[in-house]
Design a protein around this ligand. Structure first.
Ligand code: IVH
Length: 693
């Protein structure tokens, strides 16, 4: 009997291993024939038989599953959703500019950071900002090995099989290639292809898309890459992630290599030497925008010299060396049918206009934010008013102004409620604040639900397949009241309870609990962010995780900081970028017994990983606390701080006995005295630069 015909349960381990090896190669060849060459050599049924046999053998011998197993590619994805891919170099976003002034500020602040003289220009590339879906495709020795979506920037979804069927993206690179390179770009659909696709979808009774971007995203995020292959997807590339074995002096030179390797690059990419040239390029593109075959939402400027890019580095999640200058938003007129009040996770009441649905630049808008009480009053927006609304990219649409001439005669100014619409508690407005807040705190169901939504959101616990609707439903039914409940749901008989609900088949229940289980191990920064403490966004969460290292140390310090005479308070407020008001919010969160209980119950369910210091092996200042004082000459204060942080140091604002090093330039005053008092080592800027190499 041939090996292939031996029943799986009779295979020896050795036979199984050798058959898995053969299957991996064979299935990969069929994949290539099908996806890359559009020329399959076997029928779909024969192909399915091969993958089924592979799965059956792997089920019996899980320890034999190969790194290159076909089950790790399309098959597995089809069953359980996309596999996750960690980005070795994070995929970041861009800061936005909305006016010429913003662009001038961008250039100016780079000049300041780099300490360049005023007459020295910073050359940039100008690239159209494609409105599509970003991807990262990794090539090893010139072959595509894995491709991923951006996801939350740190971790995306494995869309390798789908990227392989996008014709514009090569599977193999031509010419001289680096050992490893991750190519980044945007997959998009032309306006004409989008219209044709929608027309044919409508005929078939299939999904109709709101705009080309959604159509591109929906087509790329298909579990079945055969569907992706049928969609008219195109791509432009513009950047890189991890690279081994090649370097460029400028972004422009890199772009020339992209073309050489066979990648599509936007033909309107230019180099600009001055601010004037940048603004001119932006306007020219703007004039041609409507006539382009594809949607763009702005122009991206990137510092051309890569050595300068490296010095400029990043601030939280965006590079200092690039910016997106957005084109002005699209506007439309419609009617405010009602004004609803939404209660946020910290109790803020936000008024939302419910609109007569209207198409704004390809997207139907039915809701728009009215920001707050003062904004409604200032613009005098009333129920029944005709208004102008504006939508810019992915930002929430806003109401710009009302048109009083069209106002119904009996209309009255809108009266902002003084009670929380969710729990009836008094809604209070503190002096100097624009927000009116519900005082119901933990008793207010709307706040609880919003906190839970934040808790499971993408940059927090990111529980797959568990969105806002589920949170609302589970909360209403009393299944989940606080974060820890998510992790005890299964123990508390959650399976049986879910099974009685509509839309929860066994498979989706399995998937949900598997997704929850996967998140029991989680990074400290995600936990801190997930708590939804006022003012503590992702950047601050990361800063705190870095400063305190472990969950236990952070929790202890935040509780101790309640006493404003304590070392803990001093340390917290002395951490760079953490001001008093933020520190107050942190301390207040921990002062609330109920919050501590929620946190401890949660921690019991989790394994919270200590902050992973960036690889700073060999850095002489890793883990040290550094203070800069006086005038620095070779670099700006901001660059000095940024560089020290990237070398694993903590930068503090004042000198204490915890300080390890003071870097003092001319004009240093009291901090120098403090250094003497505490016996802290003091070096000059030159000595410091030598130290860090
Ligand atoms: S550069 C660190 N260049 O815009 C550099 N992005 O708002 C980050 N995008 O996530 C990106 N065209 O999806 C860059 N020429 C271009 C782009 C571009 C479109 C998208 C991309 C990115 C988003 C940031």
């Amino acid at each position: 009997m041939k090996l292939r015909e031996t029943p799986v349960k009779e295979l020896t381990e050795k036979q199984a291993a050798s058959e898995l090896k053969v299957l991996a190669t064979e299935i990969a060849l069929h994949d290539a024939a099908y996806h890359r060459d559009d020329a399959p050599t076997i029928t779909d049924a024969q192909y399915d038989a091969l993958t089924k046999r592979n799965a059956a053998i792997e089920k019996r011998f899980p320890e034999l599953i190969r790194a290159d197993s076909p089950s790790k590619k399309v098959g597995a994805a089809a069953a359980t959703g996309f596999k996750k891919v960690q980005h070795v170099v994070p995929m970041l976003s861009l800061g936005n500019a909305f006016s010429d002034e913003d662009v001038a500020d961008f250039v100016e602040s780079m000049r300041r950071f780099l300490k360049l003289p005023e007459d020295e220009n910073i050359e940039v590339t100008a690239e159209p900002k494609i409105d599509g879906l970003s991807f990262s495709a990794r090539y090893e020795r010139g072959s595509l090995v894995v491709a991923a979506t951006r996801g939350d920037g740190a971790e995306g979804e494995d869309i390798t099989a789908n990227i392989r069927v996008v014709k514009a993206i090569p599977d193999f690179l031509m010419g001289d290639v680096p050992k490893v390179i991750e190519i980044r770009g945007e997959v998009y659909m032309t306006k004409a292809d989008f219209a044709a696709l929608n027309a044919s979808q409508e005929k078939k009774g299939g999904k109709v898309f709101a705009n080309p971007r959604n159509a591109a995203a929906g087509s790329l995020r298909q579990l079945d890459s055969k569907i992706t292959a049928e969609r008219p997807l195109k791509a432009f590339t513009y950047g890189y992630g991890e690279v081994k074995g090649m370097e460029w002096e400028t972004q422009w030179e890199f772009i020339q290599d992209l073309k050489r390797w066979g990648f599509p690059v936007n033909p309107r990419t230019k180099v600009c030497k001055t601010l004037d040239a940048m603004l001119k390029e932006y306007r020219k593109l703007g004039e041609d925008r409507a006539g382009l075959a594809y949607d763009i939402d702005g122009m991206v400027f990137k510092v051309n010299r890569i050595d300068l890019q490296k010095r400029l580095g990043f601030v939280s999640r965006a590079p200092r060396w690039a910016i997106a200058y957005k084109y002005s938003a699209e506007r439309a007129e419609t009617v405010v049918e009602n004004i609803d009040i939404q209660v946020g996770r910290t109790g803020t009441l936000t008024p939302v206009a419910r609109l007569k649905p209207v198409n704004v630049g390809g997207v139907v808008v039915a809701n728009a934010t009215l920001h707050n009480e003062d904004e409604i009053a200032r613009k005098d927006i009333r129920i029944g008013d005709s208004v102008i609304i504006q939508r810019a990219g992915d930002v929430i649409p806003q109401v710009l102004e009302s048109l009083p001439a069209k106002r119904p005669k009996d209309s009255k100014p809108y009266k902002f409620p003084s009670k929380c619409p969710a729990c009836g508690s008094h809604a209070m407005r503190e002096e100097g604040e624009v927000a009116r807040r519900c005082t119901g705190g933990l008793m207010c169901p709307a706040q609880s639900v919003e906190r839970l939504k934040h808790f499971v959101s993408r940059n927090a616990f990111d529980i797959e397949g568990f969105g806002e609707k589920n949170i609302e439903a589970f909360f209403t039914d009393g299944l989940i009241k606080s974060p820890a409940d998510l992790f005890t749901l299964e123990k508390r008989g959650g399976r049986a309870k879910l099974a009685t609900r509509e839309g929860w088949a066994e498979k989706s229940i399995d998937n949900l609990f598997a997704a929850i289980e996967r998140r029991r191990e989680i990074s400290l920064e995600r936990v801190i962010y997930a708590l939804g403490i006022r003012q503590v966004g992702q950047a601050t969460a990361r800063l705190l995780a870095q400063a305190y290292g472990s969950f236990a140390a952070w929790r202890k310090a935040m509780t101790a900081a309640h006493d404003k005479e304590s070392e803990a308070w001093k340390e917290l407020t002395n951490t760079d970028q953490i001001g008093e008001s933020m520190a107050d919010d942190l301390v207040e969160f921990f002062a609330e017994k109920h919050n501590r209980e929620i946190l401890d119950a949660l921690a019991k369910e989790l394994t919270i990983a200590d902050f992973e210091q960036p690889d700073v092996s060999g850095s002489p200042i890793a883990g040290k606390t550094v203070v800069f004082t006086g005038t620095l000459e070779a670099m700006s204060r901001d660059e000095a701080k940024a560089r020290a942080q990237s070398l694993g140091a903590k930068v503090a604002g004042s000198v204490s006995k915890k300080t390890d090093l003071v870097v003092a330039g001319p004009g240093a005053g009291s901090k120098l005295k403090d250094a003497e008092k505490f016996g802290v080592k003091v070096v000059t800027e030159q000595e410091y630069l030598k130290l860090i190499g």
